[in-house]
Design a protein around this ligand. Structure first.
Ligand SMILES: Nc1ncnc2c1ncn2[C@@H]1O[C@H](COP(=O)(O)OP(=O)(O)OP(=O)(O)O)[C@@H](O)[C@H]1O
Ligand SMILES: [Mg+2]
Length: 296
């Protein structure tokens, strides 16, 4: 497959994870991928992000690494396969992103009351979101015959706009496959499956009873959307042939496009991160089954 990249001017973490996942998929199918005509800036950026493992670059401008070295603000593209590596990866990506924010003092003494530093306060919502999304991608995405699904994650802090952008992309079964028997799903469409998945307390592992041993609360995605809103940011959720933007609307992807799996992009305002209180955003307990408490 020969890809003409001469028109590419900018790639954000969302694009990066989609490209990483697609290149990997192509090479799993035994396809050779050749990327042509990359400019020096974009090529340098993508190479630093380790995007081109196994990809041949042809007729690309030489990379000027020195002039555009923004290593401090970058978090490389990471592909995670091992479920046990998810929480480490979330922690590592969070500290790399927070480390790129100017004025963060890594040696700051923790606040006496809360025991937290400014870096902890800014990092907490990012780490929460990444852990939830990685956990989903390494569990639910691997149902319905997609046991080998992988997840790609990337993030970047943009100093000029003071924004953190994150993306988590899997090549798993997608929302519709896990929620097709859920009572809240009205139509068997990818669009409805996205809308159902983000409702509080909806889980394939709670109401559908796919597994009897453990149960999920069904709050992960609801929290991701709430955190994005509280951080003055945006969320974009894509699965199958549909997309949803909780702040605006959604619909079908243009041009017959289809993503096998789930891909989520988030944009968070750095100046709002410190004021987010995760506990206050949790869905209330109404609608939960009553559990008799015994104290003997
Ligand atoms: N990456 C994914 N691939 C396929 N289905 C997914 C994916 N992420 C979420 N889902 C579906 O959406 C449902 C809701 O996800 P959510 O994270 O809100 O809840 P949960 O993971 O079931 O529970 P919790 O996050 O509280 O442990 C999941 O139960 C699953 O059916
Ligand atoms: Mg979850």
């Amino acid at each position: 497959m020969v890809i003409d990249a001469s028109g590419v001017r900018f790639v954000d973490p969302f694009g990066l994870t989609l490209l990483g996942a697609s290149f990997q998929e192509l090479s799993d199918w035994g396809q050779r991928v050749i990327v042509c005509g990359l400019s020096s800036d974009v090529g340098g950026y993508l190479q630093r992000m380790d995007l081109f493992t196994g990809v041949e670059l042809r007729d690309c401008a030489p990379v000027r690494t020195r002039r555009h070295n923004r290593q401090d603000a970058l978090v490389e593209l990471t592909c995670i396969v091992d479920k046990n590596a998810a929480s480490d990866a979330a922690g590592r990506l969070t500290s790399a992103l927070i480390g790129a924010v100017p004025g963060i003092d890594r040696n700051e003494a923790p606040d006496l009351m809360t025991g937290r530093t400014q870096a902890d306060r800014l990092g907490m919502p990012i780490q929460y979101v990444l852990s939830e999304l990685l956990e989903n991608a390494l569990s639910h995405a691997r149902r319905a015959g997609r046991q080998g699904a992988r997840v790609w994650v990337a993030g970047q802090y943009y100093p000029a706009s003071d924004l953190v952008r994150l993306a988590v992309t899997d090549n798993g079964c997608g929302f519709l496959a896990t929620l097709k028997s859920h009572p809240n799903l009205r139509n068997q469409t990818h669009r409805d499956a996205i809308l159902t998945a983000i409702q509080p307390r909806v889980s394939c592992n709670r109401d559908v009873g796919l597994r009897a041993d453990t149960e999920n609360e069904g709050v992960g995605l609801t929290m991701v959307v709430r955190i994005a809103r509280s951080a003055g940011g945006k969320a974009l959720i894509v699965s199958g042939d549909a997309y949803h933007d909780p702040a605006a609307a959604g619909g079908l992807l243009r041009g017959g496009a289809f993503w096998q799996g789930v891909t989520i992009a988030l944009e968070l305002r750095r100046d709002r991160l410190g004021s987010i209180r995760i506990a206050e955003l949790l869905p209330t307990l109404e609608g939960m089954a009553r559990v008799p408490l015994r104290f003997e």
